[in-house]
Design a protein around this ligand. Sequence first.
Ligand code: HEM
Length: 511
Amino acid sequence: MTQTFSRDDVAKHNTEDSLWFVIDAKVYDVSEFVDAHPGGEAVLRQVAGTDATVAFYNLHRHEVLTKYEDLCIGTLQGEKSQVITPQPGDLSTVPYAEPLWLTPPFKNPYYNDSHRRLQKAMRVFTDKYITPEAQAREKDGQYISQELIDRMSKEGILHMRMGPGKHLHGVELLGDAVKGEEFDYFHDLIMGQEGVRANARGFQDGNMAGMVIGLSAVMNFMKDQKRKKAIMDEVFSGKKKICLAITEAFAGSDVAGLRTTATKTADGKHYIVNGTKKWITNGVFSDYFVTGVKTDKGLSVLLIERGEGVETKPIKTSYSPAAGTTYITYDNVKVPVENLLGEENRGIYVILSNFNHERWTMVCGTTRMMRTVVEECLKWCHQRIVFGKRLIDQPVIRQKLAKMIALTESHQSWLETITYQMCNMAYKDQATYLGGPIGLLKMSATRAAHEVADESVQIFGGRGLTQSGMGSVIEMFHRTYKFDAILGGAEEVLGDLGVRQAMRMMPKAML
Ligand code: HEM
């Protein structure tokens, strides 16, 4: 694209056969494209021979130009493009589009060089591999490809998604961006926040969310160490998939109400499992199901392999089928007693100890998505002309942005404060001291997401309700933010948990 043209050259191409215009100092020849233009032929003819930059950005996302770059035949003499075309791995320079620690000149006490290296490497990986696949799967509703799973496995991404621990020791992580031994909860936060930038909430769960919440129970509670290692190897190598099967049509956040039963056989060697599970993420393509069951004196957790008596079928939800949301039935499924995770009748401990990390991971994602929505709105408000002004020139719009920015920044800061505690507190103490705060944080983050989603649709108007084009990210967020408000514990349950934990620590303090 070395050819240059004057504005007069462009102006001559406004005929039936030759249709050129300028967008951002680049010259486009759309003579052959007019028939195929999704917005119709007439609108293009109206701007033939002129500078159509403002009209274009009022109607299209910038990536449309990248997709159709073949239509560009040259540039304007002596003029330079102004609009930034992001490259894989780039940080955004839009204010508030990145957390403060990634925004010069701000300083932050929590992150070191290994965090920065990991952030950079994971962003490149997301931009190059996760986003294109996520967008494709959102459209075709298929499940994640084995190719992407294999690629993530090779880079140690599956290992890292499980958080800090021995499973990372000696594993090469994203080209050695960080040593497994030094991986902490801030690295974990980075993995959680960078991954969601694919802007596809359904696929985000389809991308091994079942593993994140299911494998941890095996890692922490399977007694047979050889078997545990074998299962971890199968899952980390991407050969087998695993999910967590707790909720039922009978019981959601109130896990004590589960009705799936596990009865021991007379010889004591097996459990016979009967019952159902609902809303199980990744269930349709999983090989292992970490399943909450009722045993004679309480709850227990069993690792169940796909096999005779286990049936899975997809459930349609308001996010994409790519999540693999599943209804499971267990009909007289024979499970070896060695597959018991933790102690019999004390499964509630297994389930609860899993929750903190799951909830915290969800906050990482929600907070990052709110930030992306802020960025989308800031860009849109600067390019959208309405009533003869840019949207950003309307005070009422600036009020909405102020609220959205404040909610995003405050939740990121609170999240980092909690993450710092996780880095510096023994795992067993975290259940006592952080269960409540993490519950309150998740409750508050999803309430904030509710506000951010609502305001962003008001800013985008009809485009915020349209799945393709300018408002696609807003539409996706508004349609799916509720998943974080329900999954992993509903807002009300978590708020109550936070206050009840505070009640337990309440001294005899009087007014
Ligand atoms: C190289 C130049 C252009 C390309 C490749 C292009 C491509 C597209 C595409 C892919 C869409 C579908 C919606 C989307 O994905 O955003 C679209 C919609 C549209 N385009 Fe273009 N377009 C170009 C220039 C223009 C210009 C200069 C105008 C008007 C002055 C225009 C007017 C429209 C309209 C009115 C729509 C429908 C928008 C909507 O549904 O909200 N296009 N265009």
